[in-house]
Design a protein around this ligand. Structure first.
Ligand code: GLU
Length: 441
């Protein structure tokens, strides 16, 4: 039984880069019949908000992710306190009193001596009296985890065998001066308590994993399998700053992107599977394997999202579109068949619904008046089909002497009020003779 978790902090809105771990965990849960836990990492009470927490849930639901369980770290402090006490008792968590300025001086000195700026563990050799004196003077401790200094090995699900050398790292601060927890310890405590079997997250967490494996062991917890995925970047490998990439998921939703297009791009960019339309997330889960995730950066190309969105719409079956067409008064399979090939966003349907089923606002140019009168006279009787258009325009071409753009463009404008759109051959039967006669007048 696999149990995975997605653990965002509700301190902002989710963007495309956040969708990647959210979805990789979800796809893995789908593949393995596992359980997906949403864990809100809200120990930073100053920056976490209820609105961001709700936004995350809305975004995940939009993407098609349905967590089986939701927990919040702010509800679980008692568990962290118990772990804290155990680590203090076993000598792995120790109080340190240096101020940020003092630490900066130490780092500066280390740099001058050509040493790595690693914390010197001076606090470990404080006597009880020295600690009391510091506290009597108003200093409050922060708490550091004493690293083992052994290389930590783990077999990454995505990157293969990894070694993190904790000897070259500073003992991490787990608890701030005000007693609040940084992310590192609560995450391990929750992973143990919720029996998480696989931790799938960004490769910016690899060195955290070294530290956290030591904490799992210090708490006698089962160490989960880890998988660190490449991060989405802009085209040049820079952070996601380009137009669509930096947009939040809610902005992408407002822009009218299909959730499946966003999900597919978020998850398949930087893998050996091509970014193309899939019927649903399960179909992606059936194909995607951790070994397909590349070890280099995952370069996001906004044009790819645009074009995938269009391709998904072009292939969308009528039954899938129907619930969204009904409110537009256009729930007709024939109309969907004609329109879908022209869409880049679903919202593009609305103006065409008005053109087909409503009215248009267009006055023909004076120089086309006679031509359009002739067009009206030559309009064939119904029933109409896809051949009606060429029968009509061939006759019109002969009688008017017009051809090419001069022949077709005034007809398109008169019938649709638009410069471009779906093929008139297909559109004509949807409009019907009565509407065409009126618009040509
Ligand atoms: N809240 C952490 C983050 O957003 C979670 C990382 C993890 O998956 O452990 O980076």
């Amino acid at each position: 039984m696999t149990i995975v978790r997605y653990a965002p902090s509700p301190t902002g809105r989710l963007h495309l880069g956040n969708a990647r771990p959210a979805l990789l965990n979800w796809l893995f849960a789908l593949q393995t019949g596992g359980t997906y836990v949403l864990r809100l990492d809200d120990t930073d009470t100053a920056r976490s908000t209820e609105a961001f927490a709700r936004g995350i849930e809305t975004d995940l639901a939009w993407l098609g992710i349905a967590p089986a369980l939701k927990v919040r770290q702010s509800d679980r402090t008692a568990l962290y306190d118990a772990a804290r006490d155990r680590l203090i008792a076993s000598g792995r968590l120790y109080p340190a009193y240096e101020t940020e300025e003092e630490l900066e001086i130490k780092r500066g000195r280390a740099r001058l001596l050509g040493r790595p700026p690693v914390y010197d563990r001076a606090a470990l050799s404080l006597t009880g009296e020295q600690r009391q004196a510091l506290e009597a003077g108003g200093r409050k401790p922060h708490w550091r985890f004493r690293l083992d200094g052994r290389p930590v090995h783990f077999d990454d699900l995505i990157k293969g065998p990894q070694t993190v050398n904790t000897a070259s790292m500073s003992d991490p601060v787990l608890i701030r001066e005000d007693g609040s927890y940084l992310y590192t310890l609560p995450s391990v405590v929750d992973d143990i308590d919720l029996e998480i079997t696989h931790v799938i997250r960004g490769e910016d967490h690899v060195s955290n994993t070294g530290t956290q494996i030591e904490i799992f062991e210090a708490l006698d917890g089962a160490v989960p399998r880890f998988g660190h995925h490449n991060l989405l970047t802009g085209a040049e490998g820079e952070g996601l700053s380009k137009r669509l990439g930096s947009l939040s998921l809610s902005d992408l939703r407002t822009e009218g992107f299909e959730p499946l297009a966003v999900a597919t791009v978020a998850v398949l960019t930087g893998t050996s599977l091509s970014v193309e339309p899939y019927p649903d997330l399960r179909a992606i889960a059936d194909r995607l394997d951790f070994s397909m995730i590349s070890h280099g950066p995952a370069r996001f190309d906004p044009a790819e999202l645009e074009s995938l969105n269009a391709r998904i719409l072009h292939a969308m079956p009528f039954e899938a579109a129907r619930p969204r067409l009904e409110p537009l008064g256009l729930a007709e399979e024939r109309a969907w068949g004609v329109l879908r090939g022209n869409l880049t966003r679903f919202s593009d349907v609305a103006p065409w619904a008005a053109i087909i089923a409503g009215s248009i606002d267009h006055r023909p140019a004076d120089e086309d008046r006679d031509f359009l009168d002739l067009a009206r006279e030559l309009l064939p009787p119904e029933p109409w089909d896809e051949t009606t258009w060429s029968a009509w325009t061939n006759a019109l071409k002969e009688k008017s002497g017009r051809k090419g753009r001069a022949l077709f463009h005034p007809l398109r404008l008169a019938l649709t009020g638009r410069e471009d759109g779906p093929e008139l051959r297909s559109l004509l039967p949807l409009l019907g003779r009565r509407v065409c006669l009126a618009r040509l007048s």
